[in-house]
Write a new protein. Structure first.
Length: 253
């Protein structure tokens, strides 16, 4: 070897950046699964979808029997009419008492009582309007609609079942974008960084590879897996990947 080139070769070896490709494994997870719960208590009249079905925003997921809710709306409308009639009477009395008081034909105490009755009637009207709005909202909530485009991943009710307010009906997910949670050892961390390019593929389809970037790297060891989580987000518009798939990844270019 030419002795004149030796110092340059040594210098290049010393100062060349050290980079080691890291191979990781993990799983895909839903980015934003949606729990659909019942907004009212009642009997399920019809549930339309099964696990694995594709659903579109705006479609009907489930129906709760609405007879009692319709009756409640009618009841609150009638109550509102009664309260309005009472308000008209209290307003008329108060106006007449004001006129009598101006003529010194009525005591101030009687006028104050009429004014208080009128104010109470106005408050009762506001309460009646709120009760009617609530009844109408409850009636609307007997129809449970799809809020996102995606898949049914869990169905928790059957036709004829009683559900309470807050009970889970369905779990939905959109998989146009997925999270990939990879597991890294403490020895891998020195060669990983947020924003770094990484290639991922499923164990079932190794030829379908996606280029992505590292979003997050955990700073604390997970006590269950004894690994550090490395999170990657992938575009999945063709739905080649499904939540729960085993994933391989590498930083090797």
């Amino acid at each position: 070897m030419n002795k004149q080139l030796l110092p340059y070769l040594i210098s290049a070896m010393v100062f060349a950046p050290y980079s080691n490709a890291v191979d990781l494994i993990g799983k895909t997870t839903s980015k934003a699964p949606l729990n659909v719960v019942s907004e009212v208590s009642g009997v399920i009249e019809h549930v339309n979808w099964q696990t694995g079905d594709i659903v579109t925003q705006g479609e009907k997921l489930a129906t709760i029997k609405d007879q009692d809710f319709k009756l409640e709306v009618r009841k609150q409308k009638a109550n509102l009419a009664l309260v309005k009639a009472d308000l008209d009477i209290k307003q008329s009395v108060y106006a007449r008492y004001q006129e009598l008081r101006s003529k010194k034909s009525l005591s101030q105490n009687e006028l104050d009582i009429a004014k208080a009755d009128f104010s109470a009637a106005k408050a009762n009207l506001s309460l009646a309007q709120i009760e009617l709005e609530k009844a109408q909202l409850d009636l609307a909530n007997t129809q449970v609609d799809v809020a996102i485009n995606g898949y049914v991943v869990e169905r928790s009710v059957e036709d004829g079942a009683w559900v309470n307010q807050g009970d889970l009906l369905y779990k939905l997910t959109n998989i146009d974008q997925l999270n990939v949670r990879l597991l890294a050892s403490e020895f891998d961390l020195q060669d990983l960084s947020v924003g770094q390019s990484i290639q991922v593929w499923s164990e079932a389809q190794p030829a379908q590879r996606i280029q992505a970037k590292i979003n997050r790297i955990a700073v604390e060891l997970d006590p269950t897996t004894f690994a550090y989580f490395v999170d990657v987000e992938i575009s999945n518009e063709q739905h080649l990947f499904k939540p729960g798939m085993s994933i391989h990844a590498t930083t090797d270019k």
